[in-house]
Design a protein around this ligand. Structure first.
Ligand code: BG6
Length: 442
């Protein structure tokens, strides 16, 4: 691309914040921003490319910066196969000598525990853990960032947040579209590696971890690692796997009909429900059910914390209390509780204490996850990034099951579900087995 083509390409996505509190003209803002952008091409595996980049940064960007403040952030939006090659090229040829360096890496961080550890070791020889930022963009989502606040800034949750009062926890990820156009990538990874080992496990650790000693990044990450270490590898009997098929409409083809998929006999799951057990004093016996699927009936990411039944039978219609944290769409937090039907009746009805963000925080804009995380990189705040030991703790939980799937182990059973459905028919019975009471659902 020429510099002009590059500018045209990146700025087509830039829109002014919908609140536009400064009442600026969109074109003026965009023009100002364009002046900050430069473009330099290179080849992954040639030192000369990185040397050229280094010279380019020195002449174009650093000329006006004070020594000691000539900091560099490298953001690797790259295929995983070149992570280490590029990191090495940057480290040896384009590392800032009079400022700090930071390198941002995107998943996939390996494919299993061994490959992830290898990647960590290779990167660790080039950049320090302080310099590395592993992005899990779910950690930049507003409701995920809110989880610690809800848990640790409210006294009424702290006392009941344990196995005595919580029956089961459901973390759900639903997407209404298939893998169209991404079949190549997806088939190699599957739904478990794509969103469960990372995004949903991050949510789980924020729900389950102990209170950190401070809000310092290392204190938070220490607690997340600790809780992950209490989870044994997933048992195949605690897994329900599925793959979508067409619902008969050509616009909604089955997974195996995706033209970008080369292995037409693939057994890669596009849906999974997996139960994780945390073996510690707080959570022993409470199933954490992670569910994720492509080509389902809706787009939704939410956490449902289902409390135990009230003892005795004073109120026969009383449903279970439930706390729902809706991550997307439409951020919300609501609590299902029982109330007397107003009026002469003494009937018990279930109702919601509802904090829907759109209604409550009408003039606050919620930043995109990446917006929030990239700002954290600039601020040198690692709280919402994945630490190396956290990554291996997460891979340890999923690797044996993933290997069984990869090797088409005889124990693996694949169910099928129609594009646009709620998932495999077996799902309801599966979640019921782990205590989930669906009569509560909307
Ligand atoms: C990505 C996965 O990490 O997360 C995608 O690779 C998935 O398959 C995406 O669609 C979901 O992110 P979001 O922010 O749209 O929920």
């Amino acid at each position: 691309m020429t510099h002009e083509e590059y500018l045209a390409r990146v700025t087509q996505y830039i829109k002014l914040d919908k609140n536009n509190q400064h009442h600026e003209d969109e074109q003026v803002v965009l023009d100002k921003f364009k002046h900050l952008l430069t473009y330099q091409t290179g080849t992954y595996d040639q030192d000369s490319s990185y040397q050229a980049l280094d010279t380019f940064i020195k002449t174009h960007a650093e000329a006006t910066m004070a020594p000691g403040h000539r900091n560099r952030v490298f953001y690797m939006a790259l295929p995983p196969s070149v992570f280490v090659t590029v990191a090495r090229g940057l480290r040896h040829n384009a590392y800032a000598q009079d400022g700090v360096n930071r390198i941002v890496v995107e998943k996939p961080f390996g494919k299993d525990l061994a490959s992830s550890n290898q990647l960590a070791q290779d990167l660790g020889q080039l950049f320090t853990e302080k310099e590395i930022y592993r992005i899990d963009h779910y950690l930049g989502k507003e409701m995920v960032k809110n989880m610690m606040t809800v848990r640790f800034a409210n006294i009424f949750f702290s006392q009941i947040w344990n196995r005595m009062y919580i029956d089961n926890v459901q973390v759900t990820f639903k997407e209404p579209f298939g893998t169209e156009g991404r079949g190549g990538y997806f088939d190699e990874f599957g739904i478990i590696r794509d969103v469960m080992q990372n995004h949903l496990t991050q949510i789980l650790s924020l729900i389950a971890m102990e209170r950190p000693i401070s809000t310092d990044a290392e204190a938070i990450r220490d607690e997340k690692v600790k809780v992950l270490k209490c989870i044994p590898p997933i048992d195949i009997r605690d897994a329900l796997l599925g793959q979508y098929i067409s619902d008969g409409d050509a616009r909604r083809p089955g997974y195996l009909e995706d033209p970008t998929l080369t292995n037409k006999a693939s057994l890669t799951p596009t849906f999974a429900a997996l139960v994780l057990w945390i073996q510690n004093e707080r959570w022993e016996g409470v199933p954490f059910v992670l569910k994720a699927g492509k080509a389902l009936d809706s787009a939704k990411v939410e956490v449902r914390i289902q409390f135990r039944n009230v003892a005795g039978n004073l109120y026969k219609n009383a449903a279970r209390n439930e706390l729902v944290i809706r991550v997307q769409p439409d951020e919300a937090l609501y609590m299902k509780f029982n109330n007397k039907l107003p009026g002469l009746s003494y009937q018990t009805i279930q109702t919601d204490l509802d904090l829907t963000y759109e209604n409550r925080y009408t003039d606050l804009a919620i930043p995109d996850a990446y917006e929030s995380l990239l700002l954290d990189v600039l601020r040198n705040d690692h709280s919402n990034f994945v630490r190396d030991d956290e990554l291996s703790a997460a891979w340890r939980i999923f690797t044996p099951l993933l290997h069984k799937i990869d090797q088409h182990d005889a124990e693996i059973q694949m169910t099928h579900y129609k594009y646009g459905s709620r998932g495999p028919d077996e799902l309801d019975a599966f979640v019921r087995k782990y205590g989930y009471d669906r009569s509560n659902a909307h």
